[in-house]
Design a binder for this molecule. Structure first.
Ligand SMILES: Cc1cc2nc3c(=O)[nH]c(=O)nc-3n(C[C@H](O)[C@H](O)[C@H](O)COP(=O)(O)O)c2cc1C
Length: 459
């Protein structure tokens, strides 16, 4: 620990009251104490990834940062096939008038399996917008977290993310507004995720203000804003930050290079913090949330199978599924090099030999309007609906006419070796006009009766 950090720690410890207060956790909120949690991750933190983390033992999950403006005015609907809650809006369609724009899913959650365990993370630089956006989801989540650590220009240029570390008055006013106008009425917690600043004094000054805003949790990513993800996390300010949080009764969650549940628990003990948050290790293999005693890391293929099941159950956008498969499957794997060219769930399940998932894959392809991209039609055993049969017949006629609707699975060369190695920090979050705009209106494409058996949501 640096001399400066030592001295700030000593100050914080010297002023610690005899009995440590604990902020009360609102009835609809969740206590971050004693928890190993999935980090917020744009793209990698969509619903199937969160369900996967929960399956392997994550105690809580953060959703991907969502920008306040993208949520304001969004419509809330329940997907009739799987019971998930979807917040949608109609994109601007890039000014095109030839094609009616379909609603895009901006945020999707599972009210059963994520109940009491989901924290919504917001990108914001404005208290009024933050409150308006938070109200859209407040009744469906256990907490609202403000991203005050994203270093990417798309975030900082709008004054969001890590830019808020330099504008503490603004960050404080956002948190206070959220506590007063969302946390209290909805009885959920408001929290913040920050990075460390260059010196312990700067971090101390900031954290001392944040813990007086009424928040019920603070996460610290132990890297400074300019640090790259590959650089080792710096933990020498952690005890000082934890002491300030504890003096105010606020749980403190550590983040940065935590690679497993067991390691998280050991680090919590070593630094006296209340929780540990995992990002990139979970992106590479979500079974890192499973302790050694319960089996430890699972083989990648088991994890990918579970992930695919959650993607199908959630009707996840195929592009997103593919993105995370790239993270979960080791780079040089032969099967995956074939699977990578798949343009439909059916083809993915075939390439990965997930035979039992094929009937569900066929249905989801139909819902997502992907059937015209099948490399070859499913066997009759896997076909359940009239609409799928029609699509197959159309595919057959197109093939007979020399059309290209049935594409060769092996036509394109692999362009990426895959695997979990990450060299940059994180991709862009959903914005009002830049969302999952390839996603069809999943609530409207097929009548419910045709969709049976349903992609189930089981607790
Ligand atoms: C793909 C990806 C997306 C991320 N998106 C977010 C985000 O939406 N909000 C946020 O606060 N941090 C985001 N982060 C940062 C992580 O939450 C975490 O702070 C960081 O990766 C350090 O944790 P680690 O060392 O376990 O990877 C993202 C990181 C990655 C790799």
């Amino acid at each position: 620990m640096s001399a400066l950090a030592e001295s700030v720690t000593a100050t914080a410890t010297a002023t610690a009251p005899a009995t440590v207060p604990r902020v009360p956790i609102p009835p609809n909120g969740v206590d971050y104490r004693g928890k190993i949690v999935l980090a917020p991750m744009v793209r990698s933190g969509e619903l199937p990834s969160r369900l996967l983390a929960l399956k392997y033992g994550a105690d809580l999950v953060w959703g991907p940062e969502t920008i306040d403006r993208s949520l304001i005015g969004a419509e809330r609907r329940v997907n009739p096939r799987n019971g998930t809650i979807e917040f949608t809006r109609v994109p601007s369609n890039g000014g095109r008038t030839d094609k009616a724009a379909k609603p895009s899913v901006i945020y999707r959650l599972d009210p059963v399996r994520e109940k009491g365990r989901l924290v919504f993370q917001m990108g914001t630089a404005n208290p009024d917008l933050a409150v308006q956006a938070a109200k859209v989801v407040a009744a469906d989540v256990s907490g609202i977290d403000v991203n005050s650590g994203c270093p990417k220009p798309f975030s900082t240029s709008g004054g969001m993310g890590a830019a808020l570390l330099r504008t503490p008055d603004k960050l404080v006013s956002i948190l206070e507004a959220l506590v007063r106008e969302v946390g209290q009425p909805y009885q959920i917690g408001i929290s913040v995720k920050i990075r460390i600043l260059e010196t312990p004094e700067l971090t101390e000054a900031l954290v001392s203000r944040l813990v007086r805003t009424g928040i019920t949790g603070l996460t610290v990513h132990c890297r400074t804003t300019p640090m790259r993800p590959r650089e080792r996390a710096i933990r020498d300010q952690l005890r000082m930050i934890k002491d300030i949080c504890h003096n105010a009764g606020i749980p403190c969650v550590m983040n940065g290079d935590v690679t497993s549940r067991d390691e998280g628990l050991a680090l919590m003990k070593e630094y006296g913090v209340d929780g540990a948050m995992i990002a990139t290790s979970a992106e590479a293999n979500s079974s890192c949330f499973r302790s050694e005693a319960d089996g430890g890391l699972a083989p990648w293929k088991d994890v990918v199978y579970e992930y695919m099941k959650f993607c199908l159950e959630s009707e996840n956008r195929l592009g997103n599924t593919k993105y995370l498969l790239n993270m979960l499957i080791p780079g040089k794997n032969k099967e995956f090099n074939q699977a990578k060219n798949s343009k439909t769930y059916l083809d993915f399940c075939r390439a990965l030999s997930f035979e039992d998932l094929i009937p569900l894959a066929v249905q989801v392809d139909e819902v997502l309007e992907l059937t015209d991209k099948w490399a070859s039609a499913p066997s009759k055993d896997h076909v359940r609906s009239k609409a799928i049969q029609n699509a197959m017949e159309n595919n057959e006629s197109a093939r007979a006419a020399g059309g290209n609707s049935a594409r060769s699975k092996h036509a394109a060369q692999p362009t990426h070796t895959g695997g979990p190695i990450r060299t940059s920090s994180f991709p862009e979050p959903a914005t009002a006009n830049k969302t999952e705009n390839e996603q069809p209106a999943v609530g409207a494409s097929i009548p419910t009766a045709q969709a049976a058996p349903q992609p189930g949501v089981t607790a």
